[in-house]
Design a protein around this ligand. Structure first.
Ligand SMILES: NC(=O)c1ccc[n+]([C@@H]2O[C@H](COP(=O)([O-])OP(=O)(O)OC[C@H]3O[C@@H](n4cnc5c(N)ncnc54)[C@H](OP(=O)(O)O)[C@@H]3O)[C@@H](O)[C@H]2O)c1
Length: 393
C-alpha cells in the first residue's frame, strides 16, 4: 500500500498559514511539567496585506489576537526579521510562494524569516522552553509581527549561545543559500576559485565569508558606484580576494588576473542575470557550473553557445525553499545550521551590513506603517548594500 508523504513544509505553511518543524534540541525528553510558563499579550501588531501591489499601497498594520497556548503550540515574541528581496516580490505577487489570504487576519502577514523568543509553551510540547530562540521551519507564515503562535513542530530551536539576534534572524535564507551553492554543485577544494555577481548582497557577503573559511578564492563582481573604493575595502575585509566591476569583468587584463588567482574557476553564482551573467561565464574554465539564484537586473540569463559546446558548461537554478522542502525529513538542515552558527560564534560569519528599524508594539498604527514603508523603500533601492531589519521591542 502506498503511504502518502506529508506535504513539504512550504506547502503546509501555505495551506494553514502556520509552521512545521524539526526540533533539534537534545532536551527533547524533558517533561513539560518541569518548564516555566510566562504570560503573553492578548493582541499584537502585524504587517498585513490582502492584495498584491506596491508596498506603500497595500501594507496595513493589524492588531491580531494572541490566544493562550494549547497543548501543542508555543507563543513567541519576535526579536528581529529582515526584509529580503523575495519578501518584496511576495507583496508584489511575483514570488511563487504565495501565503493564502486568511479572512480571520485580514490577509497574509509579510516576511519569511526571523528569530523569535519563546514566551509560553503548551503542556504537550517537548524540547522547547520559555526563553529559547526559535526560527520558522518554512517560508510563508509571516514574520513581520511582534508576536505569534505556532504549532511547536513548525519552529526550529536554535542553539543560540554566542549568536546575535541579527545572525539568527537572517541565517535561514542568505547564509544557507551561500552554503548550499558552495557545497552542492561542485566538489570544490581549498584554492579553487568561485566567481559571483551581486557580491555586496546579503548572499554575496555570506559567499565571501564561507569561501574564506573553507579556503576557496573569490572573484566578486559589483556595480560601478561613486563609493566603489570603500565598497571594495569592505568586501576585502570580509575575505574577498578580487573585487571588480561589471565593466572590469569584460576586460582581458582582468581575465588574466583571474587566471593568476588559481585554477580556472569552476563555479559562478548569479543573482543578477542579463549581461552580468554572460560576462561571468566568460571567466569560467572547463566543466564549470553556473548557478542562478536571483534575477536582480530583471534581464534574462543569456549564455554563449560556445561555453556549452566547447567548455561543457552546466547551468542550474537554486531555490532555498525547494531545498528545505526536499530536506525536511533528514538531518542536513540541522547540520548546516550548526555549521553556520559555529562560524558565527567564531566571527567567521558576521552579521550582514544592516540598518535596524525599531518596531514597537505600543507605537500608533500610523507610525508603524510609516516605519515599515520607509524600511521597505530602503530595502528595495539599488546601491544600498544594507539589509533592512525590523527589530521588535
Ligand atoms: N534562490 C534563493 O533561494 C535565494 C535565496 C536568497 C536570495 N536570493 C536572491 O538573491 C538576490 C540577493 O538577495 P539578498 O537578500 O542577498 O539581497 P540584498 O542583500 O538586498 O542585495 C541586493 C543585491 O542586488 C543588487 N542589485 C539591486 N538592483 C540591481 C540591479 N538592477 N542590477 C544588478 N544588481 C542589482 C544589489 O547591488 P547594488 O548595491 O549594486 O544595488 C545587491 O548586491 C535576490 O535576487 C534574492 O531574491 C535567492
Amino acid at each position: 500500500m502506498m503511504i502518502p508523504r506529508p506535504p513539504p513544509p512550504s506547502l503546509r505553511v501555505a495551506l494553514r498559514a502556520g509552521w512545521s518543524s524539526i526540533v533539534v534540541s537534545p532536551s527533547s525528553c524533558i517533561p513539560a511539567t518541569h518548564r516555566a510558563h510566562s504570560s503573553s499579550p492578548t493582541t499584537y501588531p502585524a504587517l498585513v496585506y490582502d492584495k498584491y501591489g506596491r508596498h506603500d499601497e497595500i501594507l496595513k498594520v493589524a492588531h491580531l489576537p494572541l490566544p493562550p497556548v494549547s497543548a501543542t503550540t508555543v507563543n513567541v515574541k519576535f526579536l528581529a526579521s529582515p526584509i529580503n528581496p523575495a519578501d518584496i516580490n511576495q507583496l508584489q505577487g511575483t514570488y511563487p510562494l504565495k501565503p493564502p489570504f486568511n479572512p480571520t487576519i485580514g490577509g497574509a502577514i509579510g516576511g519569511n524569516e526571523g528569530v523569535a523568543e519563546v514566551i509560553s509553551v503548551g503542556d504537550g510540547v517537548r524540547g522547547i522552553h520559555v526563553g529559547d530562540w526559535v526560527i520558522p521551519v518554512a517560508s510563508g507564515s509571516g514574520t513581520w509581527r511582534t508576536h505569534a503562535q505556532y504549532e511547536a513542530e513548525d519552529v526550529l530551536k536554535l542553539e543560540s549561545e554566542g549568536v546575535s539576534k541579527i545572525i539568527a534572524a537572517t541565517i535561514s535564507v542568505n547564509p544557507s543559500t551561500a552554503y548550499r551553492m558552495l557545497k552542492d554543485f561542485d566538489n570544490l577544494q581549498p584554492g579553487d576559485v568561485v566567481i559571483q555577481n551581486g557580491a555586496n548582497s546579503g548572499v554575496g557577503q555570506s559567499v565571501i565569508q564561507l569561501a574564506k573559511a573553507w579556503g576557496f578564492r573569490t572573484v566578486n563582481i559589483v556595480r560601478q558606484r561613486p563609493d566603489l573604493d570603500e565598497l571594495k575595502h569592505q568586501l576585502h575585509a570580509l575575505g574577498a580576494d578580487m573585487v571588480i566591476t561589471e565593466e572590469d569583468a569584460r576586460r582581458t587584463d582582468v581575465a588574466a588576473q583571474v587566471k593568476q588567482l588559481g585554477p580556472p574557476p569552476r563555479l559562478a553564482l548569479n543573482c543578477v542575470g542579463g549581461k552580468s551573467a554572460t560576462n561571468m561565464v566568460r571567466l569560467l574554465g572547463h566543466d564549470a557550473h553556473l548557478v542562478t539564484y536571483g534575477g536582480m537586473s530583471k534581464e534574462p540569463v543569456t549564455l554563449p553557445t560556445s561555453a556549452f559546446i566547447f567548455k561543457n558548461l552546466s547551468a542550474h537554478g537554486f531555490w532555498m525553499t525547494r531545498w528545505y522542502d526536499a530536506h525536511s525529513h533528514d538531518d542536513q538542515r540541522a547540520r548546516m545550521l550548526s555549521a553556520l552558527l559555529a562560524l558565527a560564534r567564531t566571527a567567521r560569519l558576521r552579521e550582514p551590513w544592516h540598518d535596524l528599524n525599531s518596531f514597537r508594539a505600543e507605537d500608533p498604527v500610523d507610525r508603524l506603517r510609516e516605519l515599515a514603508v520607509t524600511a521597505i523603500d530602503k530595502a528595495g533601492r539599488g546601491f544600498g548594500s544594507r539589509k533592512q531589519i525590523f527589530e521588535f521591542e
